[in-house]
Design a protein around this ligand. Structure first.
Ligand code: TRP
Length: 474
């Protein structure tokens, strides 16, 4: 080992930890609803192209930067090129803002898990008497104190894991990730037998999606949505994978890991789509239901299963919570470790638990406006000051606005600058030296060379341009 930082025990541990960070609310909640709002198949195709030409590439770039420098994002980027230190700070800011809405979303899942648990154990309606998914979702999101309470519970859960060290969570990932895949496959199979489900496959895999959703396809909107979603889902563009790479042993293959993690992450997103879309049609919901899609549709599906549905619903949301928490703690870690490192530069010692607790408190504070906004409903009623209607680039609510700031703006910018820093400032050979260390072979080297230097930065620039076009109403 070149320095005294810890290291992953094996490549498998690394892969599980990285997949645990990647698979989260982005796959289960974000991907299906964004695909639903952007016409199905065309969005899926743009997404897949971006995964291969940018996702895999940036994954390799971040892991190489991390392992080569052996540092967390801010210091690592300053070592790559002084002028690019800001990219590391963007990452810290993004992580903080993402947690502001991420914790609210996991909070929703906690509420659903508790609801099904009550139905299972006590036999009463666990959803305040509501009989349809849509009814309950609207009631719940308007219950501001309840949303704040469940967000608080979520942050306590995150703090609990962070303070205990991530060992427990790593062990959990080994069961939780396969468990999540298994339950998704189970739901996909169950969906096959629901009347009306066929329309869901038509929506996902044929060109009729737009017609079904009653929308016109907007290429720029699909491109910026898919670009941001891809980076978010793969935990890229803000240095999280730099941190992970910094703990990766020299013996392990970056060339392989850069493909494996996006592969599993993308499978999880597509499986989530295949669990949700057929169910959308079978339960008479709408594909462009927006952020409520995961919650509303799945709630209805479990209701169709009768009593068994309570057990499966409880497990499903429990796995959603764990997928979410394992991602959330990687986000919190970005903020916490940066603060500790920064104080260390000034020769100040930090107590890890104190810093993490303060970070959690700050996240809780910025999450409160999201709860108060009630997914945009409060704004329409004139209760809440509608910041995003001035700055939001088409954001429909405050959650969407936080999302736009991070995955729409800061992360594509971060990914672009990292590719430029490696491909142009340091030169691609700097990266290839690291990937091929110990005489390792790298079959896709030339593909990476072209993509790091040209394809990925140009595509990210397009994503950013299309965000600015949205200000012009395009
Ligand atoms: N990728 C996670 C998801 O899909 C979210 C996430 C975790 C993340 N860590 C990150 C996003 C770091 C960006 C950067 O839910």
């Amino acid at each position: 080992m070149e320095n005294n930082r810890g290291q992953w025990n094996s490549n498998l541990m690394f892969v599980f930890a990285a997949i645990g960070s990647a698979i989260g609310m982005g796959n289960l909640w974000g991907f299906p609803y964004k695909m639903g709002a952007n016409g199905g198949l065309p969005f899926l195709l743009i997404y897949l192209v971006l995964v291969v030409l940018c996702g895999v590439i940036c994954m390799g770039v971040e892991m190489a930067i991390g392992r080569k420098t052996g540092q967390s994002p801010v210091v690592a980027m300053s070592m790559v090129a002084k002028k690019f230190t800001i990219v590391g700070w963007f990452g810290v800011l993004s992580a903080f803002i993402i947690m502001g809405f991420y914790s609210v979303l996991i909070g929703y899942a906690v509420r659903y898990c508790v609801g099904f648990m009550f139905q299972l154990l006590v036999g009463i309606n666990g959803f305040g008497g509501a009989t349809t998914g849509a009814d309950f979702f609207v009631t719940f999101t308007q219950d501001v104190p309840a949303v704040i309470f469940f967000t608080f519970v979520t942050l306590l859960l995150c703090l609990f894991y962070v303070s205990k060290g991530t060992e427990g969570l790593e062990k959990f990932n080994k069961i939780g990730i396969p468990g999540l895949f298994l339950i998704l496959v189970g739901i996909i199979i169950y969906d096959l037998f629901l009347p009306g489900a066929k329309e869901g496959y038509v929506f996902m895999f044929s060109t009729k999606g737009m017609e079904i959703a009653g929308e016109t396809f907007n290429f720029f909107k699909a491109l910026r949505t898919a670009g941001g979603q891809m980076l978010f889902s793969l935990s890229l563009g803000m240095g999280a994978m730099i941190t992970y790479g910094s703990y990766l042993g020299k013996k392990e293959s970056i060339a392989k890991n850069a493909w494996i993690i996006p592969l599993f992450d993308t499978l999880a997103a597509i499986f989530a789509g295949m669990a949700i879309f057929p169910a959308v049609f079978a339960t008479g919901n709408s594909v462009n239901a927006g952020p409520g899609l995961l919650f509303i549709t799945m709630h209805d599906v479990f209701t169709t299963m009768g009593t068994t549905g309570n057990l499966i619903g409880m497990f499903f949301y429990l796995l959603v919570i764990f997928a979410g928490v394992s991602s959330a703690i990687s986000l919190m870690e970005v903020v916490t470790s940066s603060i500790i490192d920064m104080r260390a530069v000034k020769e100040k010692k930090s107590n890890r638990t104190t810093v993490t607790t303060l970070v959690a408190v700050a996240i809780f504070i910025i999450s409160i406006p999201i709860a108060v906004d009630q997914l945009g409903l409060a704004g329409d009623q004139g209760i809440f000051w509608n910041l995003y209607s001035y700055l939001g680039a088409g954001s429909q609510d405050l959650l969407d606005f936080y999302d736009m700031l991070t995955e729409g703006l800061m992360m594509p910018l971060g990914a672009l600058l990292m590719c430029v820093a490696v491909g142009w400032v340091k030169g691609f050979d700097w990266m290839s030296e690291e990937v091929t260390v110990d005489n390792k072979t790298w079959k896709c080297k030339n593909f990476f060379r072209v993509c790091v230097k040209y394809v990925a930065p140009i595509l990210m620039a397009f994503v950013l341009v299309s965000l600015f076009l949205s200000y012009l109403g395009l």
